[in-house]
Design a protein around this ligand. Structure first.
Ligand SMILES: Cc1cc2nc3c(=O)[nH]c(=O)nc-3n(C[C@H](O)[C@H](O)[C@H](O)COP(=O)(O)O)c2cc1C
Length: 132
């Protein structure tokens, strides 16, 4: 699984476990595309994160992986799509990281203000905010 990660995620080699989240992209019921599949995976992953945190573990999610490689390595069948990868374990010592990753790990965390991602009524018509 480690071989599926992109180079910037080399830090994950010491994680207790790596996992891949997978979406089932059609409904069982009628075989139609399930456009909410990724939402469901995100929600399930969020819950995994909360449970792990409650158990004193740390989860770091990653979009930086080779999706086709993951499909091949794990034998993920048609109708399923790898969404993200995660590393789960105990937080390590930043001093064990190469300089660039150490700087990223120790950088000040910032969060977008709520008004950039939530609004009342209509979607704001000006260009500010709501940008990823
Ligand atoms: C779509 C997406 C993809 C991400 N991909 C990676 C990744 O490949 N490698 C990585 O180290 N962090 C990645 N991150 C960032 C981490 O998951 C995490 O959000 C970030 O380290 C912030 O952590 P913090 O909550 O401790 O501040 C990604 C975040 C998002 C939203």
């Amino acid at each position: 699984m480690f071989g599926c990660l992109l180079e910037g995620n080399s830090w994950a080699k010491n994680a207790g476990a790596l996992f891949v989240t997978v979406a089932k992209i059609h409904y069982d019921l009628n075989g139609k595309p399930n456009k909410h599949a990724w939402h469901d995976v995100g929600l399930a992953t969020g819950n995994l994160l909360l449970q792990a945190t409650d158990l004193g573990l740390h989860v770091h999610l990653m979009g930086g992986f080779d999706v086709s490689k993951a499909h091949e390595a794990l034998g993920i069948p048609d109708g399923y799509e790898a969404v993200s990868m995660g590393a789960i374990g105990y937080v390590g010592d930043p001093d064990s990281l190469p300089e660039n990753l150490k700087a990223r790990e120790l950088a000040k965390r910032s969060r977008k203000p709520l008004e950039e991602m939530a609004f009342k009524g209509q979607w704001p018509q000006n260009d500010s905010g709501n940008q990823v």
